[in-house]
Design a protein around this ligand. Structure first.
Ligand code: KIV
Length: 288
């Protein structure tokens, strides 16, 4: 059975906790809202395939994001910009199939919602109907207000994403957002705008920790931080970064919990040595 780690603000017997709780049904956005009410922190990870998603689901991660970071981490692109809605539908369906309990949130990729609310609804509807996800995520604060409002009115839960928004890399680069009074005020306006539009949570990416804490204090929906310090309601990391599979440098805000690149490389080399040296397969691996 999952051991409850020492954590603050869990329900008294821990049974309804998002992480470490006893529930086996799918997590819903209502469960997420209740966690904010009781001040429970929760973890989110990305996932792009059924097998990896099943590992995280069995580990009790309550929310999995089929991020368009799949572009960099799974599909071999340099940015998230080329990722298509067809690709997101395929990956999201696999993640849904690999899981039982986690709420699955899928990114609307670049170009699938910027035209306006009607386009956003068409795209999100595909991810909900074809892939079976429980919510979608899209980037932008005030500029995405109307898209969020129509999706929520149509019954599709939306996670918003403000601060650094990687789909706008060509316009904003990969820089800390919300530094300075004017930029901080804009971030606060963006946060309130997505909450007013009906988003059930908001990702804050690469913003100063003090500002993320302030946003978390003023919003009644949960904030999900990535590079936003320790005082958000939840945290998210890209799984290939936190498990050490990503090649080269990872952002400073990532904590590496394993070195899968080393483990997998060592295993591949050991296998190759066995094949070349004739020590695999042996009699025990043979059929007669
Ligand atoms: O695509 C993604 O993985 C994301 C996270 C970084 C929040 O948007």
């Amino acid at each position: 059975m999952t051991q409850l780690p020492a954590a603050q603000n869990r329900p008294s017997d821990g049974s309804k906790a998002l992480y470490g709780g006893k529930g086996t049904r799918r997590i819903t956005v209502r469960d997420i809202a209740l966690a904010k009410e009781r001040g429970e922190k929760w973890p989110m990870l990305t996932a792009y395939d059924a097998m990896t998603a099943s590992v995280f689901d069995e580990a009790g991660i309550p929310v999995l994001l089929v991020g368009d970071s799949a572009g960099n981490c799974h599909l071999g692109y340099d940015t998230t910009v080329p990722v298509t809605l067809d690709q997101m539908a395929l990956l999201s369906a696999a993640v849904v199939r690999g899981t039982r309990r986690a709420l699955i949130v899928a990114d609307l990729p670049f170009g699938s919602y910027q035209e306006g609310p009607a386009q956003a609804l068409r795209s999100a509807t595909r991810l909900v109907k074809e892939a079976g996800v429980g919510a979608v995520k899209l980037e932008g604060g005030e500029r995405s207000h109307e898209q969020i409002r129509l999706l929520v009115e149509s019954g599709i839960p939306v996670m918003a994403h403000i601060g650094l928004t990687p789909q706008s890399v060509h316009a904003m680069g990969y820089r800390v957002q919300g530094r300075g009074e004017e930029a901080a005020q804009q971030l606060l306006r963006d946060a309130k705008s997505v909450q007013d539009a009906g988003a059930f949570a908001v990702v804050l990416e690469l913003v100063p920790a003090e500002l993320a804490a302030e946003v978390t204090r003023v919003l009644h929906i949960p904030t999900v931080g990535i590079g936003a310090g320790p005082r958000t309601d939840a945290q998210v990391l890209v799984w290939t970064d936190m498990l050490g599979l990503t090649a080269g440098r990872v952002p400073k805000f990532v904590k590496k919990y394993a070195d899968l690149r080393q483990v997998m490389g060592d295993a591949a080399r050991a296998y190759a040595e066995d094949v070349v040296g004739g020590t695999f397969p042996l009699e025990e691996h043979s059929v007669h």
